[in-house]
Design a protein around this ligand. Structure first.
Ligand code: 5GP
Length: 200
């Protein structure tokens, strides 16, 4: 493997997707991994743009076939990262960005520790996360409560990450993310090291 991986985790509603979409506009040579999910499509989302929306049966079939690099159940739905496109992007020396939860991070970290950089993005306070979820207007009260509970569980695992970005001011958070990505690209892979030593 040659490329690098950046995992971006953080509670639903913390602004991860907006930050990632700016990063994708501004950074070159990036592959953003599109996950598959069994959750319902939200208003404003598009098949093949935000996720691949598949049935529970299809998801379980793909698990059996070993098609996922990692998968997890989040808020009662399946979410998973397909293996093949990740390997291909890494072979092409791309920077792979994964927007996955803490469970997915744990699995990918074991497989790709040397080329992995991880970032946890969150709001300055729990109250602020609640406000953003309410204003987003895509979830009902009980879904918001599930997401807040899950957020607390995820927050307790921040120490497993390399970086913490607090998304208070969007532009500051974005600029921090750019710096992290710059540094992530500098992590040499085993192959890079071998080739460099051989030439040196
Ligand atoms: P949402 O339903 O708000 O789009 O996403 C809920 C959570 O699932 C987010 O924390 C997101 O990072 C996580 N997630 C999205 N795709 C994947 C995936 O492929 N694998 C894992 N483990 N988590 C994912």
């Amino acid at each position: 493997m040659y490329g690098n991986i950046v995992i971006i985790s953080g509670p639903s509603g913390c602004g991860k997707s907006s930050l990632i979409s700016e990063i994708l506009k501004e950074e070159k040579n990036i592959y953003f991994s599109l996950s598959s999910t069994t959750r319902n499509i939200r208003e404003g989302e598009k098949e093949g743009v935000n996720y691949f929306y598949i049935s529970k049966e299809q998801f379980e079939e793909e698990i059996k076939e070993g098609l996922f690099l990692e998968w997890a159940q989040v808020h009662g739905n399946y979410y998973g990262t397909s293996l093949k496109p990740i390997y291909q992007a890494l072979q092409e020396r791309k920077l792979v960005i994964l927007d996955i939860d803490v469970q997915g991070h744990e699995i990918v970290k074991k497989k790709f520790e040397k080329i992995l950089t991880s970032v946890f993005v969150t709001t300055p306070t729990k109250k602020e996360l609640q406000n953003r979820l309410i204003h987003r207007g895509t979830d009902n009260e009980s879904t918001i409560q599930t997401r807040l509970k899950n957020a607390q569980i995820e927050m307790n695992r921040i120490d497993e990450y390399d970086y913490l970005v607090i998304n208070d001011d969007f532009h500051t958070a974005l600029s921090q993310l750019h710096s992290i990505i710059k540094a992530a690209r500098l992590k040499p892979s085993q192959e890079d090291i071998k080739q460099f030593i051989a030439k040196w």
